[in-house]
Design a protein around this ligand. Structure first.
Ligand SMILES: N[C@@H](CCC(=O)N[C@@H](CS)C(=O)NCC(=O)O)C(=O)O
Length: 231
């Protein structure tokens, strides 16, 4: 299988965690933001976002776009170990959390993270190229003071909600890893580089590390010694 990705995208991390959990071997192709459109639009019928998974297996779809669809494909292609919970009510709850994390919290993380990288976090990679990418992302997603404040508030409540579950039990829903745990671990991972979050929520980053280990995936920047730097 081939995963088309941006190496630093937290949504692509989400797909990699699921592939790792399933123990599926795959390769990645790192695309350049902007130029990625030329490659993925023809494969996805117009979607412009990564991750996109190419199974490269006869009888399987050519391309699966969107991390949630990738979860569904992987579960049907390789049911063990299961990512879906056996109780349909609990699985519905896991999907509800996964959708909230995808649509609201992953975006809030992006806003707070790029605000940090353009300010106190500039030193992580002060190169002109990195700063240009950061400014382009900020323009594309309209990241500015007011939108960052809203995102930070949203993250605060989200971390409280997740903490109520993760601090009481190892998993967000049910008694084993689900789509909700993987989505949260990936989509909050960029916060590991922001000292304020590391200091305020040490338990959160312990949990993120444990989930990465369950998924046999390298830890995100900030939690590992490696020098990967953005989201
Ligand atoms: N809901 C999508 C979101 C993916 C997403 O936002 N990807 C960003 C990178 S983090 C992207 O590809 N942006 C490029 C674009 O919008 O053209 C998913 O879960 O796959």
């Amino acid at each position: 299988m081939l995963l088309l990705q941006f190496s630093t995208s937290h949504y692509c991390r989400k797909a990699r965690l699921a592939l790792g959990y399933k123990g599926i071997s795959y390769q990645v192709e790192n695309l350049t933001p902007g130029l990625h459109l030329l490659k993925i639009r023809p494969l996805t019928g117009g979607l412009t976002t990564v991750p996109v998974l190419l199974p490269q297996i006869e009888g399987q779809p050519q391309a699966i776009a969107d991390s949630t669809k990738i979860f569904k494909f992987l579960e049907s292609f390789c049911p063990h170990p299961p990512l879906f919970l056996p109780d349909p009510h609990l699985q519905a709850e896991a999907w509800m959390l996964e959708d909230w994390l995808d649509e609201s919290i992953g975006t809030a993380t992006r806003f707070v993270y790029y605000e940090f990288r353009a300010g106190p976090g500039k030193a992580i990679d002060p190169s002109l190229f990195s700063q240009l990418v950061i400014q382009t992302v900020r323009r594309q997603y309209r990241i500015h003071k007011a939108s960052v404040e809203l995102a930070a508030d949203r993250l605060k409540s989200a971390i409280e909600i997740l903490g109520n579950r993760w601090q009481a039990k190892p998993y967000l829903v049910g008694d084993r890893l689900s789509v909700a745990d993987i989505a949260a671990a990936a989509l909050l991972s960029p916060l590991a580089l922001i000292p304020q979050y590391r200091q305020s929520y040490p338990w959160l980053f312990d949990r993120l590390s444990e989930i990465h280990q369950l998924c046999q995936a390298p830890l995100p920047p900030g939690l590992s010694a490696e020098a990967e730097t953005s989201s």
